[in-house]
Design a binder for this molecule. Structure first.
Ligand code: PSU
Ligand code: MN
Length: 304
């Protein structure tokens, strides 16, 4: 039998030497962004992690093997694939057994990262509680995974078409600590401010690292969520985000799209509505998150 998770060489060495490592997802590569922006953004994100002094670990499934630390060739295979699926945590048993390729969501990435001992994970936007979840039960599996795994998730918010306030309520239910980087309001993915207040503002990576360690000393086994607002000059203004999201949600309802296809559909609808401006914002926010993630990973490997 093959080893359950294959580590890329640099990631294996980095973890062995207690160097900072940052995990990255690939559903954004296979479903979230069109080619070739998907590959460009993944490369820029890895570069941002490196320039912050950390090692990037792109996670994906290749021929049924869960890999943590994809090479450039492996990234290209996923980024140009017509068949790579969206692999949520619950899909891992099936895609591994069937020997498939896939891009992993936040939830599946956190599972892999935690098993490899990686303590920081960077994404663009997490899944969330969708508007209408009261009837549809559409609550992303990402939320439970953030709660279950000992890893800090760095994001620019839940995707803008989610119900932000309900998502934060649900994270409270799951006892996930939620911090925001240099602001006291949770970000809105394409725009810096969702208008929803949070209690915990973090100004320095070291403060969040201290809190993560403090929780671990108490026996807290789960993760922490850090929201990093997109720099205002790189994001959409709030009015544009609102209009684009409303349009996308209307289209979703009109076409009756649901389940795991909803998020890729909505991302695409917002992209069309904003003439591609949302994609540029998405690429820039994830790169920005990667810089903060690298700082955090570096702070976590400092002896206290
Ligand atoms: N962030 C992005 N684009 C994406 C995603 C996140 O900027 O495509 C992906 C992530 O992999 C996330 C998934 O885990 O969408 C959430 O899907 P769902 O809402 O179906 O749980
Ligand atoms: Mn969903």
């Amino acid at each position: 039998m093959k080893a359950p998770i294959r580590l890329g060489e640099e990631v294996r060495e980095g973890l062995g030497d207690s160097r900072p490592v940052v995990a990255l997802e690939t559903s954004i590569v296979t479903q979230g962004m069109p080619y070739p922006t998907n590959l460009e953004a993944a490369r820029a994100t890895q570069e941002a992690v490196r320039s912050g002094g950390a090692i990037p670990a792109l996670i994906g499934v290749l021929g049924g093997e869960l890999v943590c630390g994809l090479t450039e060739v492996e990234l290209e295979r996923l980024g140009t694939s017509q068949v790579a699926g969206k692999v949520q945590l619950r899909d891992l048993p099936r895609v591994v057994a069937e020997g498939r390729d896939g891009g992993v969501t936040v939830g599946a990435s956190l599972f892999a990262a935690a098993r490899c001992g990686i303590e920081v994970f960077v994404t663009g936007g997490i899944g969330g509680v969708s508007p209408g979840a009261g009837a549809s039960f559409d609550v992303s599996a990402d939320l439970r995974a953030i709660s279950d795994h000992a890893c800090i998730t760095v994001c620019a918010g839940t995707k803008a078409f989610m119900d932000v306030a309900a998502t934060l309520e649900y994270l409270e239910t799951l006892s996930v600590p939620v911090a925001v980087w240099r602001s006291s309001r949770f970000p809105w993915f394409y725009s810096p401010d969702s208008g929803v207040e949070v209690e915990w503002r973090v100004d320095q990576a070291g403060d969040l690292a201290d809190a993560f360690r403090a929780g671990q000393r108490l026996g807290h086994q789960g993760g922490i969520l850090l929201g990093v607002p997109i720099p205002p000059e790189e994001g959409l203004d709030a009015g544009t985000t609102r209009a684009a999201v409303d349009h996308a949600l209307n289209e979703l309802n009109r076409q009756g799209i649901a389940g795991k296809d909803a998020t890729p559909f909505l991302l695409q609808a917002v992209f069309k509505y904003t003439d591609g401006a949302s994609l540029a914002a998405n690429a820039s926010l994830i790169e920005h998150n990667a810089r903060v993630g690298a700082e955090l990973a570096s702070a976590l490997v400092q002896p206290d």
